[in-house]
Design a protein around this ligand. Sequence first.
Ligand SMILES: NC(=O)c1ccc[n+]([C@@H]2O[C@H](COP(=O)([O-])OP(=O)(O)OC[C@H]3O[C@@H](n4cnc5c(N)ncnc54)[C@H](O)[C@@H]3O)[C@@H](O)[C@H]2O)c1
Length: 347
Amino acid sequence: MKILVTGGAGFVGSHVAEYYTRRGDEVTVLDNLLRWEVFKGNLGNPQYNWNYLKKYQNVKLMKGDIRNPEDLKKAAKGSDAIIHTAAQVAVTTSMKDPKLDFEVNAFGTLNVLEAARLNDSAVVYCSTNKVYGENVNTIPVAEEEKRYRFADEKYKKGIPEDFSIDRAWHTPYGCSKLAGDLYVQDYAHGYGLKTGVFRMSCIYGERQFGVEDQGWIAWFTIATMLGKPITIYGDGKQVRDVLYIADLVEVFDAFLKSYLKQGVFNIGGGPDNTLSLLELLDLLERLCGKKPTISFADWRPADQKVYISDISRAGEKLGWKPKVSPEEGVRKLVNWISDNLNLFNSI
Ligand SMILES: NC(=O)c1ccc[n+]([C@@H]2O[C@H](COP(=O)([O-])OP(=O)(O)OC[C@H]3O[C@@H](n4cnc5c(N)ncnc54)[C@H](O)[C@@H]3O)[C@@H](O)[C@H]2O)c1
């Protein structure tokens, strides 16, 4: 197969690219290294994932921008599938620069779809749980010692795909990602493309250059190992379902292999794989043998107290379920950081 991975120098994209490259497919990666411009000074080596992929023969690396339709046309030529991971990824950046956020996430996704239309390529879109915005906070929660939990039995399996996306405070990031999400669905109906929308919760794993504003599991782990201070916005009892990267790549591939013409899936670890911030800090203390240095600050806008994906649709339609537990996955992340501490020395 011929596969284009947008955002292939990023965390999710580099794993997707590696997976298909190893399988022997012909992979093109398109990235403009925006992440390193946006978070400058806060990350290790900006070229790390890019250089990491260079060891494979059958991957072509293209520096280019999804905001430019010509770059996409060139990169997508002859592709059977486009896995679209490129994005402006931080809520905080979207509040500071909503225009950049819109251009990359909404207009960039439209360009991806147009390139897919030219080639009749299948599309996998990395959407986000943020499309449900603050509506999630209308579900009553109960407070426990180290975490919140949904108090309404109706959500014991988590948030389903038909949860309202309407009349919520999304933040610009939530809006631009939702615009992309809807366009991707629409191109399945309007133009007959095979499209999968994955509304992702927290994904984590090796080669994730987490920063305070995005990628909290990796950020907490890096900060703990380097002895850097961690600020907890809110009380730390926020809960997320967490998914190890290899499990995410598997569900993308299950969709591409499936007979489904289109689908929208909530994707994360589900109710069996959740962590609160405080629980992650405890786990890190155990795994790293170091106590994280923490302080508390006000809640961030539109933060969800509990978000857990109902992953049963992906189970039923794609025969998929997460395999890696949070403890096992975080241990892999700790091992990768400890083997690559030199990458983070400048932080
Ligand atoms: N990591 C998570 O927990 C998570 C959760 C929900 C949704 N998502 C979504 O998954 C996708 C991947 O996230 P990630 O964690 O790998 O982020 P990442 O920042 O590591 O990767 C995104 C990549 O896209 C590139 N990029 C940005 N703008 C671009 C442009 N205009 N043209 C070309 N490349 C561009 C960046 O340089 C970066 O390499 C994103 O769409 C994000 O919104 C991620």
